[in-house]
Design a protein around this ligand. Structure first.
Ligand SMILES: [Cu+2]
Length: 362
């Protein structure tokens, strides 16, 4: 009797939780209403099976309670029952799979006029690239990646010269125009995900994965990495800003490319360093206010004497910082895991970052 009550409480509780819990999908902001429909179909089918099977179990426990001196009948096979179970289960599984497969087939077949957008992920930041006025993305390859060529553009492919390069975590897209997302990763598995678009895809090092969608609502949406990709994963966040078409066209024209690089930054090294700390995602692991993080906080770090895992010590000065950022694994500070990824930085960028950390000394 106790088990019957437990089963009924579980079924009723699950149903109530589903309908009255405050966690529901964010409002849809793309063309993928079919994703929501597929999810609903899955919920309905699994919900019906959940209620029916647990209800049947509760009924059986009640109806066939064993009385004094009774023995249950032994029935090793029942072909009729097995046939019915096979048929009903097969229909249920097919009904679960078929809608998903047909939506997925649409999801990876973009309309021919979709604009291509490349998303490049690495630990723990996002970059984006668009085709330039020629409408073509230049070839790229991981072996061309360097501090001055973070996208790994092929130097011999002129089609890449006019590609707007977005160095930063914010992507802008035009409203009501289909986009085909091309996803690349240069280190580990990542996953570009914007919940409101109902669209996401794994980014696999060594291959380009793709899907398409049409943003239908203007506004700012949070993009996040949906694959556990290391200690900074929770901070691998970006944004997608959906703009009316004309505003997007004006913005994209103003973005730097290989043939029209961004103007050299005239601001002070400390400001440049602060911007770098954000764009290179250093702040994902290093706090600037003294709070604990994956790596040492930068507040008050400059001028301190650090002890390394091997027991040796060194005073934190500019040369120390530049060396540590350049070769994070060569000496690891005691008490911290050896997880800092190497980032491609020019000498000037290294010096700017070190200057920024120096400015946080007091
Ligand atoms: Cu990631």
């Amino acid at each position: 009797m106790l088990m019957v009550i437990v089963l009924l409480v579980m079924v009723v509780g699950s149903l109530l939780f589903h309908f009255i819990a405050p966690w529901h999908a964010l409002p849809l902001a793309s063309n993928w209403r079919d994703m929501d429909k597929t999810l609903t179909i899955t919920f309905v089918i699994t919900g019906i099976f959940f209620v029916v099977l647990n209800g049947f179990l509760a009924y059986t426990l009640l109806r066939f309670r064993r009385g004094q001196g009774e023995r249950p009948a032994y029935q090793p096979t029942n072909h009729k029952l097995e046939r019915w179970l096979t048929i009903v289960t097969a229909i249920g599984i097919a009904a679960l799979l078929a809608p998903g497969l047909s939506v997925y087939a649409d999801y990876v077949r973009p309309p021919s006029h979709a604009m291509e957008v490349e998303v490049l992920g690495n630990q723990w930041q996002w970059r984006y690239r668009f085709p330039g006025p020629d409408g073509k993305l230049g070839r790229s390859d991981a072996r061309f990646i360097s501090a001055s060529n973070p996208f790994g553009l092929d130097p011999d492919d002129p089609a890449g010269n006019d590609d707007p390069l977005i160095e930063g975590s914010e992507l802008r897209l035009p409203q009501d125009r289909p986009v085909k997302m091309l996803l690349r990763s240069i280190d580990v598995l990542h996953d570009f995900y914007v919940p409101q678009f109902r669209a996401r895809m794994n980014m696999v090092p060594g291959q380009v994965s793709s899907f398409w969608f049409t943003p239908t609502v203007a506004g700012r949406f949070e993009a996040m990495c949906a694959q556990l990709c290391g200690v900074g994963h929770a901070n691998m966040r970006g944004a997608v800003v959906v703009l009316p078409g004309a505003a997007f066209d004006a913005w994209i024209k103003a973005q730097p490319s290989r043939s029209a690089p961004a103007q050299a930054d005239a601001s002070s090294p400390v400001d440049v360093g602060m911007a770098l700390a954000k764009s290179k995602a250093c702040v994902a692991c290093h706090s600037v206010d003294g709070s604990p993080g994956v790596g040492p906080s930068w507040k008050g770090l400059f001028g301190k004497t650090e002890t390394f895992a091997d027991g040796s010590q060194a005073k934190v000065d500019l040369a120390f910082l530049m060396q540590e950022i350049k070769e994070p694994q060569s000496r690891v500070v005691k008490g911290f895991p050896p997880v800092m990824p190497k980032s491609e930085l020019t000498e000037a960028e290294l010096a700017a970052l070190a200057a920024y950390i120096e400015s946080l000394a007091k």
